[in-house]
Design a protein. Sequence first.
Length: 258
Amino acid sequence: FAGYISQVLKNYTDHACDGEYVSLRCPHRTTISIQSSFYGRIVPSHQMCPSRYPHSYATLIKEDVACSVGTSLQKMLDECQDRRSCQFLVNSRLFGTDPCPGTGKYLIVWYKCRPNEYKSKVACEDDKLRLSCKKSMVIAIYSAIFGRTQGGSLECPYQNLGMPMIECQSATALQLMIKRCHGKRSCSIYASTYEFGDPCYPGIQKHLNVIYTCDNTPVLLPVDETQPPVLSSSMEPVGVSTEMALLSNILAAYAFIT
């Protein structure tokens, strides 16, 4: 299990064209946690999943590159969430009504591998959060959110002071928690804007929510958390091509706007 923690922390990406199998797998003692999903086409076929049939130039310029299915995330949750592995054939029938008949589509899935056993701790704004593990075990941070989520927090109820209930989260919370606590037997940090910055409008109450495990395996930090790696069949990350990196950026922007 030398690479167990580093595998848990990585953001995985897998993709498949129409007519291909998509296969998601997580290491022992973890299960799939779907983060996001896209099915459709937003880049031309010569950049992603080229057609199996010859096309004339006139056909290519009519290709629908603004095509997406809103049910892809729910389908992935139904098929793969909380399972060790899953595999199925990608085609438009899986996702309901085809929004762009005649246009070849593809599925891209972003996921993480969640530990089977994990702990969750919450601290309200300006309170101290303390994490600790038993002797001979160390902290492995899985996720961290500082801000305000739509569901709120039972530990930190939202007080309506005339501010709208808007979701807002720090983009650096996970990196900061990894730096402060990962691999240690205990640590503490204040859930404050001094530590995490203020991702919300002034006056909105925030909280810090951390999910972690206690593990006695060697701790290996991920080299780069900014780019989700493309997977090979052996589950080892491989280099992200320029086209896939560009596509990931496009899809991230598309998902944010949606």
